[in-house]
Design a protein around this ligand. Structure first.
Ligand code: SR1
Ligand code: MG
Length: 401
């Protein structure tokens, strides 16, 4: 029996041996540099470089649980990620990394190295501008989701896919971290910035009307098998350079509400916007960035809406789905979900256990407290008034109110 015929948690030296045996790319390689570069909570991510031949790859390796060992997830997420990346690459060409190999035994996924790109979250923290971002993300969300809508896909085929991409352990993370814990003051399950303790108690833990609306959004996340979605489309799941956008990490993919993807992205733009507004130098670069990011937020929503309508008109097969007004009705639901999700994503990243550098990286205590308050109050409006956020400019208006 070979070394890689039974799963074990690999270190860099194991990955070096593994890729030489497994990947054609490195079959003729001499020296290889292998480094673990993962900065997430879940998987091990290795960059493998053959400097002499100028080739490289990323190997994403799953263990049974999270990196801290606090949660058992199983290995299926790695299969889901490999299959969904390939599917996304077909549906939205150029917007997902190329997959070289998937190995269910070692729970390893080898893919294109995107080291010439940056993670969007860190680029936005540096106030970098990406003119293609809105168009690329809107295209990605519309093109990867519309084909699996009920009125588009054959119903039996769709039900088969719903089974294939049922993702209980990863959905459970979202159900708990996004839709539950930020509203309950449970020991160890929230991280409240001390200067905002009273504010959070009043605005989040004690607001029963808010809890009811978040409960309704949670119902939609848990029950609405609308389309095959990415499931974790935050700014850490997107790589960018000025002329390219690549969406990575679809291990949370499952059949859920499309608004979960669109709203997640918009919520993460809000962090970058408010961080720059509150904590960046008051200079020309910041002014340009603020005006670009407001436009990006609005453009993403509006482009998604118009692309959704045109794709739906082109692809809808079910006669009832072709009824006049049906596509607009469905889009209305998706946009309301998006606003609600932008709200719950913002709140969970401020008081939940998985926080973001955009906010926790604000070193000045007063500025951070102020940024959190602006964001939480806007997030509540996104949730409570979600049916009136129909245009991109509605999001910007709420955030800047
Ligand atoms: C335990 S995982 C924490 C978060 O990281 C992922 O990217 C998801 O957003 C998840 O909620
Ligand atoms: Mg991830």
């Amino acid at each position: 029996m070979g070394r890689f015929d039974k799963h074990f948690r690999m270190e860099a030296k194991d990955v070096e041996e593994y890729v030489r045996l497994r990947l054609d790319l490195f079959k003729d390689s001499g020296d290889l540099e292998v480094r673990e570069i993962g900065d997430g909570n879940i998987n091990y991510v290795f960059r493998v470089v053959d400097k002499a031949r100028n080739v490289s790859a990323i190997v994403k390796h799953a263990d049974l649980g999270t990196r801290s060992g606090s949660r058992i997830l199983g290995f299926d997420r790695n299969r889901i990620e490999a299959e969904i990346l390939r599917l996304e690459g077909e549906l939205a060409p150029g917007l997902a990394p190329e997959v070289f190999d998937y190995d269910p035994v070692m729970a390893c996924l080898a893919m294109e190295d995107l080291s010439d790109h940056r993670i969007l979250r860190y680029a936005l923290i540096d106030r970098e501008i990406f003119p293609r971002l809105a168009q690329d993300v809107a295209t990605f969300v519309a093109r990867t989701t519309v084909p699996t809508l009920d009125m588009v896909m054959d119903p039996a085929e769709k039900k088969g896919l719903v089974q294939r991409y049922t993702n209980p352990p990863l959905c459970a993370i979202t159900e708990q971290l996004v839709y539950t814990e930020p509203y309950l003051n449970q020991p160890g399950r929230t991280k409240v910035f001390p200067p905002n303790a009273d504010f959070v108690e009043r605005e989040l833990f004690s607001d029963r009307e808010l809890h009811l609306e978040v409960g309704k959004l949670k119902y939609s996340f848990m029950n609405e098998a609308q389309a095959l979605i990415h499931g974790d489309l935050h700014s850490g799941s997107i790589f960018v350079k000025p002329d390219s956008t690549k969406v990575i990490d679809p291990e949370f993919a499952y059949f859920g509400p499309i608004g979960y993807d669109l709203g997640n992205f918009i919520g993460n733009l809000c962090f970058a916007r408010i961080r720059a507004q509150v904590a960046a130098p008051k200079d020309e670069k910041t002014e340009e960035f603020l005006s670009w990011i407001d436009g990006c937020m609005a453009e993403t929503v509006d482009r998604f809406a118009s692309l959704f309508l045109s794709l739906f008109a082109e692809k809808a097969a079910d006669p009832m789905g072709k009824s006049p007004g049906y596509a607009q009705w469905l889009l209305g639901r998706i946009l309301a979900d998006s606003a609600g999700v932008a709200g719950v994503e913002i709140i969970r990243r401020i008081v939940g256990v998985a926080q973001v550098k955009d906010i926790v990286g604000i070193g000045n205590e007063g500025q951070r407290a102020g940024a959190e308050r602006i964001l939480v109050l806007a997030a509540k409006r996104f949730i409570l008034d979600r049916y009136s956020h129909r245009r991109g400019k509605d999001y910007v208006a709420t955030l800047l109110a």
